[in-house]
Ligand binder design. Structure first.
Ligand SMILES: *Cc1c(COP(=O)(O)O)cnc(C)c1O
Length: 393
């Protein structure tokens, strides 16, 4: 082994530990449910997963996955442009397009690779990308892969967006990119305003709706929630969060999907999603399409959770979605609250600098459709006890 590399790795890890930025992985030894076994502790209330609708361990998804393994095997065997393209993938993309009310969709191995696939494939050196400062890491990486000029605008600020559009008038094409729902504060992008500005300045719009998919617009996402899904050029969705499995997709025009099928690099050079995954996602879309009770329960729990935390005296910030930050401020206090909550039987993770600004540390909680009222009440008791013990409320 190379000494120089190993020495460098050791130093990097030490530095992280000194700065309190080193995070050991938490180990779960149960399905992703309302109550989980974590780091050997059973019956811990799970407020940390993105399994918003409780689909990750749903019987219908599991049955579909098992049936697909029996019929099609464990793997797809190749990238889709060679011979990994199965009828299951085509069926999933057709159903997703119907569900999203768009012309076409293209499925990727993850939301992350969908961003890496689409952004550099539809922009060139003479173009400009205009991107919200709080956009997700996978958008940032997708933008880095593009040769286009880039402008970062102040979070959710339509005046700043307009300035950026004015400053990029020389570009051949322009693309505004925003998260639909922002993952740290749970706030929603002002899509109607963004679409209006983009129309005025002749720019395309892309929405990364990882946290909006399955959550807003009856599960159809942020664009559908605002009624602008026909005006958004590119919607990115994940199949890994509310949909409960793994994967990502692009939804838009038939031309967009046609072009990506020919040129998007993760689509061309990374193996097709396996049959079990693909069939489980089809089952999830079917459930979301026919049974509104999943999103209804999610929102009922979300309203209850936010209201009760507020009554206890916690500050839940500017969230408009199930992502509910419990604002703490000080980094040390946030980490102490995380530990105290775990002792009380609740898993909810602290989010600290550099993921959020210094002094804006918080515990991020995500109620879901799978939590019972009892789960939430028990979690509230834990929050009250831990919050009082630490002097946060
Ligand atoms: C989680 C997330 C992704 C990545 O999705 P995966 O399917 O988990 O790769 C992309 N964009 C945003 C905004 C996300 O929150």
């Amino acid at each position: 082994m190379n000494e120089t590399l190993q020495g460098w790795l050791g130093n990097q890890i030490e530095t992280l530990k000194e700065q309190n930025l080193y995070k050991p992985l938490v180990v779960m030894d149960s399905p992703s449910e309302a109550r989980i076994t974590v780091n050997g502790k059973a019956n811990v209330i799970n407020l940390a997963s993105n399994n918003y609708l409780g689909l990750a361990n749903h019987l219908k998804l599991k049955a579909a996955a098992i049936a697909a393994v029996e019929k099609y095997g464990a793997g797809a065997g190749a990238v889709r442009p060679i011979i990994g393209n199965m009828s299951l993938h085509i069926e999933l993309e057709r159903r997703l397009a119907e569900f999203k009310h768009v012309e076409a969709t293209l499925v990727f191995q993850s939301g992350f690779t969908a961003n890496a696939g689409v952004i550099p494939t539809i922009t060139d050196a003479e173009d400009a990308i205009i991107t919200d400062e709080l956009n997700h890491a996978s958008i940032i990486d997708g933008v880095r892969l593009s040769k286009a000029a880039r402008k970062i605008y102040k979070h959710n600020d339509l005046n700043a967006l307009e300035d950026a559009l004015k400053q990029t008038q020389g570009a051949k094409k322009r693309l505004v990119i925003t998260d639909g729902v922002f993952s740290m504060d749970g706030d929603i992008a002002p899509l109607q305003g963004i679409v209006a500005l983009a129309e005025q300045y002749d720019s395309a719009v892309m929405v990364d709706d990882a946290h909006g998919s399955g959550v807003l617009g009856g599960g159809r996402g942020t664009a559908y929630h605002f009624g602008v899904h026909q005006k958004i050029d590119i919607q990115l969705g994940t199949l890994s969060k509310a949909v409960g499995v793994m994967g990502g997709y692009i939804a838009g025009s038939a031309k967009l999907v046609d072009w990506l099928t020919q040129r998007a690099r993760p689509f061309l050079f990374s193996t097709a999603p396996p049959p079990a995954t693909t069939a489980a996602i089809i089952a999830a879309i079917e459930l979301m399409d026919t049974d509104p009770s999943f999103t209804e329960r999610l929102w009922e729990n979300t309203r209850y959770w936010k209201a009760e935390l507020g009554k206890l005296g916690f500050d839940t910030g500017i969230s408009e979605t199930p992502i509910t930050p419990v604002m703490v401020g000080d980094e040390g206090n946030a980490l102490a609250l995380q530990r105290a909550l775990f002792e009380e039987g609740v898993l909810a993770l602290a989010i600290v600098f550099p993921t959020v600004q210094r002094g804006k540390a918080r515990i991020r909680t995500m109620p879901s459709a799978m939590h019972s009222r009892q789960d939430l009440d028990d979690a509230l008791t834990a929050f009250e006890r831990a919050g009082k013990r630490l002097g946060i409320i």
